[in-house]
Design a protein around this ligand. Structure first.
Ligand code: AGP
Length: 604
């Protein structure tokens, strides 16, 4: 996600604070950055693609001693990482500047309207509609009134800061959903996406709530809520150190990224569901492409490959389109035979995994179109594939993938539902139920408060089995990878029905087994497999459909709600991720940067 900072003082120089504040937000991941100063008469803007070191080169030309300004680090969502797309963005006259975080869902219709009335756009971003709207509503003369007017036109999940060269002693801040927090100083006030940007200057903070509009001046903060009523936010004293602040108070980025998944799922679903249908265009697909698909070949690596295994089950069951799933490092050397009408689907968080890129280029060389499901805008995979659907998970800092995996599952679910509809097998009930997943995920996370003790038991072992049937087997594949890569415990995923064909010989007193039972159609079979391992002394941790209750004789129960077995993978992933996380913490491992591993494997 993007990083936003703001500084407004009676005197002083905003520029050094803004640059330092952006450096404090670098951990959030970004691909361009910029700063705007409320120089009386005309905004001064400097912005550049790349890291802050690039931006710093251009700051020498900025005016000194301007005590009001905003800064931004951009994680691209709409529009590639370029100088023009970097924030802040200005209006036609260059007297208003805006820095934004989040997604403006209806930006295209607003842009069409503004361009039709003569506004000149310089970027591909959704953000740029904001300063032009402020210009339309008289922002140069009354920035606050203009923000109130413009905000009514915006749809989406976002936060933004606005400044005006005609009123260079205020910053107007709006929070619709992306975080914003105000820092209280002496004769100066700050505002940022999180406290780490200003913690070196003040520990007194006021958190803005969804719907708040704040007018920030050097000596005063005036906040009104979504209904325009005055609100007096509580002033908090932040006792985190900088590192804790960067992780939102969590011990590790991985835990932060696990816990923020319900919010991230909302971002991934945003603007993609309308009247119980998946909006095909928002998935980076076309109806014509869907009609022409007779087979799908998934290529991916690691966790993304495991997402593809779940995607296979969803697409085949819902759309009856056959799906093959290959590990990219195998696919590229297998001389695969692809049938005419095959769509190659490349799944990747980074969009830079060498084997996945090679597989894409090989398929394209043979004339097959590639649809990529990717998190990183502007990545090689996103640029080179024929079609692209973004996961909108925001930067994933921890090496072990969590929120990227579950948003890959959400995109695959929406693709499966879109394909099903295209084939006269619409499931409006499932489409509707997708919107309830973020809330259901929040509840699952809240109900897992005992998982630390369960993980402490698991941490005593050096080998563990993960078993399941159908989609539960695909989930087991992801569960075993998580505990291997961060807790360094050897793990193996096994089709539960296959255990008796040999592997059962390894089960003895105390052997740990993690069983996943959310597939209702085969639940009784999975329970029989649990009884088989229990009878031979296994200790069983079960991620269990919460409707099965205590009918299943296991040692540790991790219940999940099953709105529909086809929608449960993202919910069942949460206990799998937390079990691995707390096991690794118990064993004292470096959770965010596990040994021998890289976040993106850009080599073969
Ligand atoms: C996942 O926890 C691992 N870090 C790793 O398997 C990763 O999923 C794999 O390297 C693929 O990366 P990508 O999604 O960026 O292509």
């Amino acid at each position: 996600m993007c990083g936003i900072v703001g500084f407004v003082g009676y005197e002083g120089d905003a520029l050094p604070f803004l640059l330092e504040g952006l450096k404090r937000l670098e951990y959030r991941g970004y691909d361009s950055a910029g700063i705007a100063l409320a120089q009386p008469g005309r905004i001064a803007v400097s912005k550049a693609q790349g890291k802050l070191a690039v931006l710093e080169q251009s700051l020498q030309s900025m005016p000194q001693g301007i005590p009001c300004g905003i800064g931004h680090t951009r994680w691209a969502t709409h529009g590639r990482p370029t100088d023009e797309n970097a924030h802040p963005h200005t209006d036609c006259q260059g007297v208003i500047a805006v820095a934004h975080n989040g997604i403006i869902e209806n930006f295209q219709e607003l842009r069409d309207e503004l361009e039709a009335s003569g506004h000149q756009f310089r970027s591909e971003t959704d953000t740029e509609v904001i300063p032009h709207l402020l210009e339309v509503y008289g922002g140069a003369d009354d920035l606050v009134a203009a923000v109130r007017q413009a905000e009514k036109r915006l749809k989406g999940a976002y936060a933004f800061l606005a400044i005006s060269a005609q009123k260079p002693d205020i910053i107007v801040a709006v929070r619709r959903s992306s975080p914003l927090v105000v820092g209280l100083g002496e004769g100066v006030n700050y505002v940022a996406s999180d406290v780490s940007a200003f913690l070196a200057h003040t520990r007194q903070a006021q958190v803005l709530e969804n719907g708040d509009l704040a007018v920030i001046s050097p000596g005063r903060i005036q906040v009104t809520d979504a209904h325009g009523h005055k609100r007096n936010p509580k002033t908090l004293t932040v006792d985190w150190d900088i590192r804790q602040a960067e992780r939102g108070g969590y011990e590790h980025f991985m835990l932060k990224e696990i816990m923020e998944q319900p919010d991230v799922w909302s971002d991934c679903l945003l603007s993609r569901i309308h009247e119980d249908k998946v909006v095909v265009g928002e998935m980076g697909l076309t109806a014509k492409l869907l009609e022409g698909i007779h087979r799908i070949q998934v290529v991916a690596a690691g966790t993304a490959y495991h997402a593809g295994l779940v995607g296979k089950a969803l697409i085949e069951r819902l759309a009856r389109v056959p799906v093959d799933v290959s590990v990219a490092s195998e696919f590229r050397y297998q001389e695969p035979v692809l049938d005419p009408g095959t769509l190659v689907m490349a799944i990747s968080q980074s969009g830079e995994t060498a084997d996945t890129l090679a597989s894409m280029h090989m398929a394209q060389d043979e004339g097959f179109p590639v649809y990529s499901i990717v998190n990183t805008v502007g990545s090689t995979l996103a640029r080179d594939s024929n079609y692209v659907g973004y996961t909108h998970a925001g930067p994933e800092i921890a090496v072990a993938s969590t929120k990227a995996y579950t948003t890959q599952l959400l995109v695959l679910t929406m693709v499966a539902l879109a394909l099903a509809e295209n084939r006269g097998r619409a499931r409006p009930d499932l489409v509707r139920s997708l919107l309830a997943l973020p809330k259901a995920g929040q509840k699952v996370l809240e109900d897992l408060e005992h998982i630390q003790e369960m993980a402490a038991r698991l941490a005593e072992h050096s080998d563990v089995f993960y078993i399941g049937r159908g989609i539960d087997y695909a989930l087991a594949m992801e569960g075993q990878l998580k505990i291997k890569e961060i807790a360094y415990i050897h793990a193996e995923a096994y089709a539960a029905g296959e255990m008796k064909h040999g592997t059962l010989a390894l089960i003895e007193e105390g052997t740990p087994v993690v069983a996943i039972v959310t597939e209702r159609a085969v639940a009784e079979k999975s329970i029989s497999n649990i009884l088989e391992v229990k009878a031979r002394g296994a200790e069983v941790w079960a991620i269990l459909d919460n409707k099965l209750g205590r009918r299943v004789p296991v040692d540790h129960v991790l219940p999940v709600p099953v709105p529909d077995p086809l929608l449960v993978p993202v919910l069942a992933a949460l206990p799998l991720q937390l079990l691995a996380y707390w096991t690794a913490v118990t064993r004292g491992q470096d959770v965010d940067q596990p040994r021998n591993l890289a976040k993106s494997v850009t080599v073969e």
